[in-house]
Design a binder for this molecule. Sequence first.
Ligand SMILES: [Zn+2]
Length: 255
Amino acid sequence: MAWPARTRICLDCRTLCTTTCPAGHRRVVDLWKGRERLVDAVWGPKAHRPALLAAAPTVKSDSTWSGWDIFGIFELDWFALFAIAGALFWFLGASIVKLFRKRAALATAQGAVRRGMPLLRTGQIGYVMGAGEAVAFGCELRHADTVMLRDGATIGFDVRLDSGELVRVPAGLCAFDMTNAPAMRDVESYLASIDSWRRDPDPFHHDDARRVTLEPGDRVELLCELDPCAGGTAGYREAATASFVPRGFVRLRRA
Ligand SMILES: [Zn+2]
Protein backbone atom coordinates (compact mmCIF):
# COMPACT_ATOMS: atom_id res chain seq x y z
CA MET A 1 0.00 0.00 0.00
CA ALA A 2 1.38 3.42 -0.95
CA TRP A 3 2.05 6.14 1.60
CA PRO A 4 -0.24 9.15 1.42
CA ALA A 5 1.28 11.79 -0.92
CA ARG A 6 3.11 14.80 0.49
CA THR A 7 3.50 17.43 -2.20
CA ARG A 8 3.84 20.66 -0.22
CA ILE A 9 6.11 21.98 2.50
CA CYS A 10 5.72 24.57 5.26
CA LEU A 11 8.57 27.09 5.02
CA ASP A 12 8.25 27.90 8.73
CA CYS A 13 8.49 24.45 10.34
CA ARG A 14 9.59 22.45 7.22
CA THR A 15 6.81 19.90 7.61
CA LEU A 16 5.81 18.05 4.45
CA CYS A 17 2.06 18.23 3.97
CA THR A 18 -0.72 17.82 1.46
CA THR A 19 -2.72 21.04 1.82
CA THR A 20 -2.00 23.23 4.85
CA CYS A 21 0.63 23.08 7.60
CA PRO A 22 -0.70 20.89 10.46
CA ALA A 23 0.83 23.35 12.95
CA GLY A 24 -1.18 26.18 11.36
CA HIS A 25 1.63 28.15 9.71
CA ARG A 26 0.73 30.13 6.61
CA ARG A 27 3.85 29.95 4.44
CA VAL A 28 3.19 26.66 2.63
CA VAL A 29 4.49 26.10 -0.90
CA ASP A 30 4.25 23.39 -3.52
CA LEU A 31 7.48 21.34 -3.67
CA TRP A 32 7.53 21.75 -7.44
CA LYS A 33 5.91 25.12 -8.22
CA GLY A 34 7.17 26.79 -5.04
CA ARG A 35 10.73 25.54 -5.47
CA GLU A 36 12.30 28.99 -5.72
CA ARG A 37 10.68 30.16 -2.46
CA LEU A 38 11.85 27.00 -0.70
CA VAL A 39 15.41 27.42 -1.99
CA ASP A 40 15.31 31.10 -0.95
CA ALA A 41 14.23 30.09 2.57
CA VAL A 42 17.21 27.73 2.85
CA TRP A 43 19.98 29.56 0.99
CA GLY A 44 18.79 33.16 0.82
CA PRO A 45 17.78 35.16 -2.28
CA LYS A 46 19.62 34.24 -5.50
CA ALA A 47 21.53 37.54 -5.64
CA HIS A 48 23.02 37.00 -2.18
CA ARG A 49 23.64 33.28 -2.51
CA PRO A 50 27.29 32.21 -2.70
CA ALA A 51 28.17 31.35 -6.32
CA LEU A 52 29.28 27.87 -5.23
CA LEU A 53 25.68 27.02 -4.39
CA ALA A 54 24.31 27.89 -7.82
CA ALA A 55 22.99 25.02 -9.90
CA ALA A 56 26.04 23.34 -11.36
CA PRO A 57 26.21 23.82 -15.15
CA THR A 58 26.43 20.64 -17.16
CA VAL A 59 29.69 20.60 -19.10
CA LYS A 60 29.63 18.55 -22.25
CA SER A 61 32.64 18.04 -24.45
CA ASP A 62 32.89 16.38 -27.84
CA SER A 63 36.65 16.57 -27.82
CA THR A 64 38.52 13.31 -28.18
CA TRP A 65 41.73 14.88 -26.87
CA SER A 66 43.35 12.76 -24.19
CA GLY A 67 45.92 13.84 -21.60
CA TRP A 68 48.24 11.19 -22.96
CA ASP A 69 48.54 13.11 -26.23
CA ILE A 70 50.95 15.45 -24.43
CA PHE A 71 53.64 12.81 -24.81
CA GLY A 72 53.24 13.00 -28.54
CA ILE A 73 53.29 16.81 -28.65
CA PHE A 74 56.28 17.51 -26.42
CA GLU A 75 59.47 15.70 -25.92
CA LEU A 76 59.40 15.28 -22.18
CA ASP A 77 62.48 16.44 -20.33
CA TRP A 78 63.14 17.33 -16.69
CA PHE A 79 61.88 20.85 -17.17
CA ALA A 80 58.61 19.59 -18.56
CA LEU A 81 58.25 17.15 -15.65
CA PHE A 82 58.80 19.96 -13.11
CA ALA A 83 56.24 22.06 -14.96
CA ILE A 84 53.71 19.23 -14.83
CA ALA A 85 54.42 18.61 -11.11
CA GLY A 86 53.95 22.35 -10.45
CA ALA A 87 50.67 22.36 -12.35
CA LEU A 88 49.48 19.33 -10.35
CA PHE A 89 50.30 21.04 -7.03
CA TRP A 90 48.52 24.19 -8.18
CA PHE A 91 45.46 22.11 -9.18
CA LEU A 92 45.48 20.31 -5.82
CA GLY A 93 45.80 23.58 -3.88
CA ALA A 94 42.97 25.17 -5.87
CA SER A 95 40.76 22.10 -5.29
CA ILE A 96 41.35 22.23 -1.53
CA VAL A 97 40.53 25.95 -1.41
CA LYS A 98 37.37 25.30 -3.45
CA LEU A 99 36.39 22.48 -1.06
CA PHE A 100 36.76 24.73 2.00
CA ARG A 101 34.80 27.51 0.28
CA LYS A 102 32.02 25.06 -0.56
CA ARG A 103 31.92 23.82 3.05
CA ALA A 104 31.69 27.39 4.29
CA ALA A 105 28.91 28.11 1.78
CA LEU A 106 26.97 24.98 2.80
CA ALA A 107 27.19 26.01 6.46
CA THR A 108 24.85 28.93 5.65
CA ALA A 109 21.82 26.64 5.16
CA GLN A 110 18.80 27.91 7.12
CA GLY A 111 16.40 25.45 8.73
CA ALA A 112 12.98 25.73 10.31
CA VAL A 113 12.22 28.95 12.18
CA ARG A 114 9.20 27.55 14.00
CA ARG A 115 8.37 24.33 15.82
CA GLY A 116 6.33 21.53 14.30
CA MET A 117 3.26 20.02 15.91
CA PRO A 118 3.28 20.06 19.72
CA LEU A 119 3.88 16.56 21.06
CA LEU A 120 2.26 15.91 24.45
CA ARG A 121 3.02 12.82 26.50
CA THR A 122 -0.34 11.27 27.39
CA GLY A 123 0.56 7.81 28.70
CA GLN A 124 -1.91 6.29 26.20
CA ILE A 125 0.29 3.35 25.22
CA GLY A 126 -0.55 0.09 23.49
CA TYR A 127 0.35 -2.41 20.79
CA VAL A 128 -0.05 -1.89 17.05
CA MET A 129 -2.47 -4.59 15.94
CA GLY A 130 -2.42 -6.69 12.79
CA ALA A 131 0.41 -8.29 10.87
CA GLY A 132 2.64 -7.45 7.96
CA GLU A 133 4.60 -4.44 6.82
CA ALA A 134 5.22 -1.03 8.38
CA VAL A 135 2.07 0.98 9.05
CA ALA A 136 3.63 4.39 9.77
CA PHE A 137 6.92 6.26 9.61
CA GLY A 138 8.48 9.53 10.66
CA CYS A 139 11.57 11.19 9.15
CA GLU A 140 13.62 14.18 10.15
CA LEU A 141 16.59 15.81 8.42
CA ARG A 142 18.73 18.27 10.35
CA HIS A 143 21.61 20.58 9.60
CA ALA A 144 23.63 22.12 12.42
CA ASP A 145 20.82 21.20 14.84
CA THR A 146 18.07 22.97 12.91
CA VAL A 147 15.32 21.00 11.21
CA MET A 148 15.50 21.00 7.40
CA LEU A 149 12.64 18.55 6.84
CA ARG A 150 9.92 16.83 8.87
CA ASP A 151 7.87 14.06 7.38
CA GLY A 152 5.48 11.40 8.58
CA ALA A 153 2.64 9.31 7.18
CA THR A 154 0.53 6.30 7.98
CA ILE A 155 -1.58 3.86 5.98
CA GLY A 156 -3.91 3.57 9.00
CA PHE A 157 -3.84 1.02 11.84
CA ASP A 158 -5.44 -0.01 15.13
CA VAL A 159 -3.87 0.21 18.57
CA ARG A 160 -4.93 -1.95 21.51
CA LEU A 161 -4.23 0.26 24.52
CA ASP A 162 -2.93 -1.33 27.72
CA SER A 163 -6.21 -0.19 29.31
CA GLY A 164 -8.09 -2.41 26.84
CA GLU A 165 -9.63 0.22 24.59
CA LEU A 166 -9.10 0.27 20.85
CA VAL A 167 -7.80 3.31 18.95
CA ARG A 168 -8.38 3.54 15.22
CA VAL A 169 -5.71 5.64 13.55
CA PRO A 170 -6.85 6.71 10.07
CA ALA A 171 -4.57 6.82 7.01
CA GLY A 172 -2.99 10.21 6.40
CA LEU A 173 -0.14 12.34 7.63
CA CYS A 174 1.28 12.07 11.13
CA ALA A 175 4.05 13.45 13.32
CA PHE A 176 6.47 11.30 15.29
CA ASP A 177 8.46 12.14 18.37
CA MET A 178 11.94 11.84 16.81
CA THR A 179 13.86 11.89 20.10
CA ASN A 180 16.20 8.88 20.05
CA ALA A 181 15.11 7.94 16.49
CA PRO A 182 17.74 5.79 14.73
CA ALA A 183 19.80 7.04 11.80
CA MET A 184 18.14 6.70 8.41
CA ARG A 185 19.84 4.05 6.31
CA ASP A 186 19.15 5.00 2.69
CA VAL A 187 18.71 8.77 2.73
CA GLU A 188 19.21 9.23 -1.00
CA SER A 189 16.39 6.89 -2.03
CA TYR A 190 14.12 8.47 0.61
CA LEU A 191 14.85 11.94 -0.78
CA ALA A 192 14.31 10.71 -4.34
CA SER A 193 10.89 9.40 -3.26
CA ILE A 194 9.69 12.80 -1.99
CA ASP A 195 11.64 15.04 -4.34
CA SER A 196 12.13 13.88 -7.92
CA TRP A 197 13.65 17.32 -8.71
CA ARG A 198 16.95 16.54 -6.98
CA ARG A 199 19.51 19.17 -7.91
CA ASP A 200 21.65 21.95 -6.46
CA PRO A 201 21.08 24.09 -4.58
CA ASP A 202 19.60 21.35 -2.42
CA PRO A 203 16.80 22.59 -0.12
CA PHE A 204 17.18 19.43 1.97
CA HIS A 205 20.87 19.84 2.74
CA HIS A 206 21.54 17.96 6.01
CA ASP A 207 24.21 16.46 8.22
CA ASP A 208 21.87 14.21 10.18
CA ALA A 209 18.96 12.04 9.00
CA ARG A 210 16.65 10.03 11.27
CA ARG A 211 13.81 7.66 10.58
CA VAL A 212 11.41 5.79 12.82
CA THR A 213 9.15 3.04 11.53
CA LEU A 214 6.10 1.56 13.19
CA GLU A 215 5.14 -2.06 12.51
CA PRO A 216 2.45 -4.41 13.82
CA GLY A 217 3.48 -5.65 17.26
CA ASP A 218 5.35 -2.42 18.13
CA ARG A 219 4.41 -0.45 21.19
CA VAL A 220 3.25 3.09 20.52
CA GLU A 221 2.13 6.08 22.56
CA LEU A 222 -0.57 8.34 21.12
CA LEU A 223 0.60 11.89 21.71
CA CYS A 224 -2.81 13.42 21.07
CA GLU A 225 -6.20 13.46 22.74
CA LEU A 226 -8.72 10.79 21.82
CA ASP A 227 -12.38 11.09 20.89
CA PRO A 228 -14.91 8.27 21.11
CA CYS A 229 -15.48 6.57 17.75
CA ALA A 230 -18.67 7.60 15.97
CA GLY A 231 -19.95 4.03 16.23
CA GLY A 232 -19.21 3.93 19.95
CA THR A 233 -17.79 0.42 19.81
CA ALA A 234 -15.39 -1.44 17.57
CA GLY A 235 -17.96 -3.65 15.83
CA TYR A 236 -19.85 -6.81 16.58
CA ARG A 237 -16.80 -8.84 17.58
CA GLU A 238 -15.60 -6.12 19.93
CA ALA A 239 -19.03 -5.08 21.13
CA ALA A 240 -17.90 -4.70 24.73
CA THR A 241 -14.85 -2.59 23.89
CA ALA A 242 -14.93 1.19 23.63
CA SER A 243 -13.06 2.52 20.62
CA PHE A 244 -11.51 5.91 19.95
CA VAL A 245 -10.00 8.01 17.20
CA PRO A 246 -7.20 10.60 17.54
CA ARG A 247 -8.41 14.19 17.82
CA GLY A 248 -6.79 16.40 15.20
CA PHE A 249 -3.42 15.66 13.66
CA VAL A 250 -2.09 12.18 14.51
CA ARG A 251 1.01 12.32 16.73
CA LEU A 252 2.92 9.22 17.77
CA ARG A 253 5.90 8.00 19.73
CA ARG A 254 7.46 4.56 19.54
CA ALA A 255 7.26 3.35 23.15
ZN1 LIG B 1 4.52 24.77 9.60
